[in-house]
Design a protein around this ligand. Sequence first.
Ligand SMILES: Nc1ncnc2c1ncn2[C@@H]1O[C@H](COP(=O)(O)OP(=O)(O)O)[C@@H](O)[C@H]1O
Ligand SMILES: [Mg+2]
Length: 259
Amino acid sequence: MTHFLPEGTVKIAAQNLGVFYGEKQALHAINLDIRAGEVTALIGPSGCGKSTFLRCINRMNDMVDGARVEGSLTLDGNDIYDRGIDVVQLRARVGMVFQKPNPFPKSIYDNVAYGPRIHGMAKDQTELDEIVMNSLEKAGLLGEVEDRLSESGTSLSGGQQQRLCIARAIAVSPEIILMDEPCSALDPIATAKVEELIDELRENFTIVIVTHSMQQAARVSQRTAFFHLGKVVEMGDTEQIFTNPQHTLTQGYITGRFG
Ligand SMILES: Nc1ncnc2c1ncn2[C@@H]1O[C@H](COP(=O)(O)OP(=O)(O)O)[C@@H](O)[C@H]1O
Ligand SMILES: [Mg+2]
């Protein structure tokens, strides 16, 4: 399967995207492009709608009672909220890594093999082994676990568990990986490893990462969007956002005057 667009092509586009939880509007008229082969960071104060936006991309908000979406959100030009969309298929194309590492209570091998098995991606054991090894390798974990693949995923350290979750996400060959504060439960060394990994992954995946660490956004992303009170205040090249923000709200946030 080849789905690599040239770096910089628009992969996900939001146009006037609004999201409501019941009466409460969490996102207002979001206009945002996410480009293929790049890491896009979403930053902004707590409660400004970063996770809500992320969860629109793989329709995780569908599971929230009373959640409603208006406007348009497209993946490769196709409406993510089209009635005809197969949500299971969508979630295979758009993987997700959460704040707290959440390996299944299964072996390391079975954690990674889980998705490929469900989607019938391997025709035999040899092929499945290949996918598992390859995913662990890409997640920078293979060397640490190759002689203990049958041990439980939950026996790993927090940082290893998070890389296992990344391997599990990669195993179904998604096009996009969403990461919601993936390092917030990790120590600095584990964080550095995951950040290094994110930089390598962008060769093969489009990545959208929510982070409350501006240092992290600056280190790992090519483009940054600053959210505030449910709106995108500013989006641009990460370097520009951090060195020459155009909006006083952005400036206030990145210099730590509020947050
Ligand atoms: N499941 C939910 N039900 C109701 N309101 C929610 C839900 N999730 C988030 N919200 C509200 O939507 C707004 C944006 O939240 P969120 O997207 O989690 O922000 P962030 O990730 O930037 O901290 C907040 O006001 C939050 O309280
Ligand atoms: Mg959040």
